[in-house]
Design a protein around this ligand. Structure first.
Ligand code: UDX
Length: 439
């Protein structure tokens, strides 16, 4: 059977999922409560910078497989499988995740569910949420037990959202009966045919896989950044250390790039929510190490400010600084918890004249931090700079010509916050080159 799919919530995850499932050949109806967002998506405009996604969106709007609406009634009538993709942000002033958007979706959708269907949660949630939502669904849906819930966490990375959605490393499915498994095997048939591993499990395990994966990734980054701290104290080179570690197959080289640390809308908030939930479950001791993972990560930002001050000659006052990068990572316009912007704001507060440039995140950065100056290119932003800080490793920054950049700055001083440049090349061009964790 060709199931008809709906996607509830058209943020990063939802917009990607809706477009990619249509690309696989399904009829898809996306829903958002934000009418402006719906109109924009329906017109083929993607509100995020994500390589390849806008073309897929437009192609599937044009062929009629994909549409968007604000009506829950329409969604309930249309869909056999409803994917829930709303956000679970960090609650203000605490570590816990706010699951109110998920509750709002179930509250709005369930009363319209009159026939057999499957509701599939994809959001990152505190363990136990699926169980609670399943109870709510059973209570509110006129279809009763014919409206079932499954949990199918999403692991996509920004910048690789299309690839990660269409060719995931694994599919994890939390279920309570056999029917959802059968349906989801059909929905993801094209991926399963290509050998994508499928892990069928219960709700809590499925929910935990997601936060455990993010906790592991965050730990790996903070581990190498902790080594960077020790390297600095011992006059050793963390980049070479990381390379040497990576040849051990048990360790591997991915997520072992030392630098300014992790940011974005997922890793920081997910490890905090994970700690909060473990605390509620009486298992807080198991995750106290994540507090240190978080602390190491935040210390990198403070260390970057210190290094910038050192290169500025001990004080930021009267110093012109260029910050290359505003997005939390390259190939993204996302500035949520961006280490680069965090540092830019801090050094501006400390008295530096800061000019920021980013290939994609300028509008977002300007909106959030109108107090900073913004350039129109890396070169233009670096004019007369006393110090250049490379804080997000966009390819165009990594490929900057040290001579060309050297010809516009006031002094050839650069801090490589992502260990992305070839130190020898920059030093040979007369630059005072510094990096986190390197002599
Ligand atoms: C992450 C997870 O990778 C993804 O599986 C999950 O679904 C959502 O959270 P994302 O936030 O898009 O994805 O970014 P990711 O590529 O994981 O990078 C996170 C942060 O870590 C970035 O700020 C990046 O610059 C930083 N990072 C990454 C490092 O500092 N060093 C590394 O070696 C790798």
């Amino acid at each position: 059977m060709a199931y008809r799919l709906t996607v509830l919530g058209t943020g990063y995850l939802g917009a990607t999922h809706a477009a990619c499932m249509a690309e696989l050949g399904f009829e898809v109806l996306g829903l958002d409560v934000d009418a402006e967002k719906v109109a924009s998506l329906q017109a083929g405009n993607l509100p995020i910078h994500e390589p390849g996604l806008e073309a897929i969106l437009r192609r599937n709007l044009a062929n009629g497989r994909l549409r968007f609406t604000t009506s829950y009634e329409e969604v309930a009538d249309f869909g056999d499988v409803h994917f829930v993709c709303v956000g679970t942000p960090q609650k203000k002033g605490e570590y816990a995740a706010d699951t109110s958007y998920l509750d709002a979706v179930i509250d709005s959708l369930a009363p319209h569910l009159r026939r057999e269907c499957l509701v599939v949660g994809k959001s990152t949630v505190p363990v136990g949420t699926a169980e609670r939502l399943a109870g709510k669904l059973a209570r509110l849906a006129p279809a009763g037990e014919a409206a079932e819930l499954a949990w199918n966490p999403e692991f996509l990375r920004e910048g690789f959202a299309v690839k990660d959605t269409l060719h995931p490393d694994r599919i994890v499915l939390g279920v309570r009966s056999e029917k959802p498994e059968k349906i989801m095997r059909e929905v993801y048939a094209s991926m399963l045919e290509h050998g994508t591993p499928l892990v069928i499990t219960d709700y809590p395990t499925a929910e935990l896989v997601k936060v455990a994966a993010n906790a592991f990734l965050a730990t790996k980054i903070s581990f190498i950044n902790a080594m960077a701290e020790v390297c600095e104290a011992a006059h050793a080179d963390v980049k070479q250390l990381s390379l040497a570690l990576s040849y051990d197959e048990r360790i591997g080289g991915k997520f072992l790039n030392p630098g300014l640390g992790f940011g974005g809308g997922c890793l920081p908030k997910d490890i905090r929510a994970f700690m909060a939930r473990a605390g509620e479950l009486g298992a807080d001791q198991a995750l106290t190490f994540l507090r240190e993972v978080d602390a190491i990560n935040m210390r990198r930002r403070a260390r970057m400010v210190d290094l910038a001050r050192e290169l500025a000659g001990g004080s930021f006052h009267g110093c012109t600084m260029t910050v290359l990068g505003a997005a939390f990572k390259p190939d993204s316009d996302d500035i949520r918890d961006s280490p680069a912007l965090d540092v830019a704001v801090k050094i501006a507060q400390l008295g530096a004249k800061v000019t920021v440039y980013d290939p994609a995140a300028m509008d977002n950065a300007r909106r959030l931090h109108p107090e900073l100056n913004y350039g129109t290119s890396a070169l233009e932003a670096s004019r007369d700079a006393h110090v250049v800080l490379l804080l997000t490793e966009w390819r165009e920054f990594v490929e900057l010509d040290p001579e060309e950049l050297g010809s516009v700055v006031a002094s050839r001083k650069i801090v490589d916050g992502r260990n992305a440049l070839d130190a020898e090349v920059w030093r040979a061009a007369g630059w005072h080159y510094r990096a986190l964790g390197r002599p």
